[in-house]
Design a protein around this ligand. Structure first.
Ligand code: GDP
Ligand code: MG
Ligand code: K
Length: 281
């Protein structure tokens, strides 16, 4: 019997706990995590010949580590290295929910997307070609209605397939950040790749972005590297180039690129049924 470690990640109120309860057959009380005491609920259940260990992580809009929940989820993904991340999104609010998806892509996570609240999406005057979106994002996307338990076993089927490397849609994609940022990433990655500890800690691309953002929560990780001074100097040189080119701070440049990527994907896959109205233009 094989064990698959799965982490459930998504915005607050996307339906994670409802999904978790249906998938695991337990009846954890549905509710928000409050305050700074962040916790994670785990359950184990069987799907065919597999033992699935699922973790219901706190809801977050981002993984930039500015709040205890964000920090917790990001650290959990880095430390626990789950086999698969189920990114549960609220299908009726895709643009906002997919910000987290783009960050999971940056982290090189193996993601299966649960397009939850699919009943709500169907009531909107809109149609989403989720197979096409899956091809663009390089991940399986499965419609779910967690409150009715719908789509969950189909989703677990895809989780198993990704785990077994049998899912042809899976592709390593990158958010394209534009020439200056991509140049910076290449330069930083080349240094990071010399340090085995950094490479085993997280993906070099993700770490490069964190260096450019001057992410303080990872400061101690970088400080331990013998290449710390070199990394710091390179990052600050490229940060300057980026900020002069865009006339904006680097975090804004990166965030804009994420939203640019999302609106590009939605433009191709999300169609208003009423031709006179366009949400994503
Ligand atoms: P969490 O914050 O992500 O854990 O979200 P919850 O599981 O607490 O769900 C938030 C609310 O959305 C609850 O009232 C659920 O009953 C409801 N909900 C969850 N999934 C769905 C769904 O697919 N469709 C609809 N219409 N409501 C849902
Ligand atoms: Mg919850
Ligand atoms: K909730």
């Amino acid at each position: 019997e094989k064990t698959i470690n799965v982490a459930l990640v998504g915005n607050p109120n996307a339906g994670k706990t409802t999904f978790f309860n249906h998938a695991s057959g337990s009846s954890e009380r549905v509710g928000n995590y409050s305050g700074v005491t962040v916790s994670v609920k785990r359950a184990t259940f069987k799907h065919k010949d597999y033992r699935i260990v699922i973790a219901d992580l706190p809801g977050t809009y981002s993984l930039t580590a500015y709040s205890p929940e964000e920090r917790y989820v990001r650290d959990y993904l880095i430390q626990e290295k789950p086999d698969i991340v189920i990114n549960l999104v609220d299908a009726s609010n895709l643009e906002r929910n997919m910000f987290l998806t783009t960050q999971l892509i940056d982290m090189d996570m193996k993601v299966v997307m649960a397009l939850n609240m699919f009943d709500v999406l169907k009531k909107l005057k809109a149609e989403l070609d989720y197979d096409e979106m899956g091809r663009l994002l390089g991940m399986p996307i499965v419609p779910t209605i967690s409150s009715k338990g719908k789509g969950i076993s189909e989703l677990m089927e895809r989780v198993v397939k990704v785990y077994e490397d049998q899912e042809s849609i899976v592709r390593h994609i990158h958010i394209n950040y534009g020439t200056e940022v991509e140049n910076a990433i290449v330069a930083l990655q080349n240094i990071i790749k010399k340090d085995a500890d950094l490479v085993s800690f997280a993906s070099p691309r993700f770490l490069s972005l964190k260096l450019l953002e001057e992410d303080k929560s990872l400061q101690n990780v970088f400080e331990k590297s013998e290449y710390y001074e070199e990394l710091k100097a390179k990052a600050s040189k490229h940060k300057k180039i980026i900020e002069e080119t865009y006339n904006d701070d680097v975090n804004t440049v990166l965030t804009d690129a994420h939203y640019g990527f999302i609106s590009g994907a939605l433009r191709e896959c999300y169609k208003e049924k009423d031709v006179d109205r366009h949400v994503y233009t």
